[in-house]
Design a protein around this ligand. Structure first.
Ligand code: FES
Ligand code: FES
Length: 164
């Protein structure tokens, strides 16, 4: 079958992979060892295969890998800085938002995309951002609480007016 080169940036690193034109991004990422990108429904419904493409969440099961030529991807493997977890990862652990973990990588990335564009999202906005991520374990409330906790910590401090 015809092969082609795919050049892209994954988690801050430049990669060149050999792919077939019809390869799905989900398959290529897992083939290259990014197992945090999970295979779920393969229909764009469950959110487990979510990655950030130029900062926006996408379902990698619906995208041809060739489509991301020259673009930037973030997978859940790129969230932590070495041994230091991202604040969202810490909060998910603290709030019991990680149980089996199958949905967690995708949910973390959608939460990150939201917080990167909205410093102080409302609970409704957080629920909307996480709505595409099926979770059979947590009842959805704990991930929302975790993202809210990170958002609250980020809120700029209100400086009280000086006494007259
Ligand atoms: S595996 Fe892609 S949305 Fe379910
Ligand atoms: S933690 Fe198990 S599916 Fe969400």
């Amino acid at each position: 079958m015809k092969q082609m080169e795919l050049r892209l940036n994954v988690n801050g690193e430049t990669k060149t992979w050999t792919i077939s034109p019809g390869d799905l991004l989900l398959d290529v990422l897992r083939r290259e060892g990014y197992f945090g990108v999970k295979r779920g429904c393969e229909k764009g419904e469950c959110g487990t295969c979510t990655v950030l493409l130029n900062g926006r969440p996408v379902n990698s099961c619906l995208l041809f890998a060739a489509h991301v030529e020259g673009q930037e991807l973030l997978t859940v493997e790129g969230l932590a800085a070495g041994e230091t977890l991202d604040p969202l990862q810490e909060a998910f652990l603290e709030h019991g938002a990680v149980q089996c973990g199958f949905c967690t990588g995708g949910a973390l990335l959608s939460a990150k995309a939201l917080l990167d564009r909205r410093a102080n999202p409302s609970e409704t906005e957080i629920r909307e951002a996480l709505a595409g991520h099926y979770c059979r374990c947590t009842g959805y409330q704990k991930p929302v609480e975790a993202v809210l906790a990170v958002a609250r910590k980020r809120k700029p401090k209100i400086i009280p007016e000086e006494a007259a």
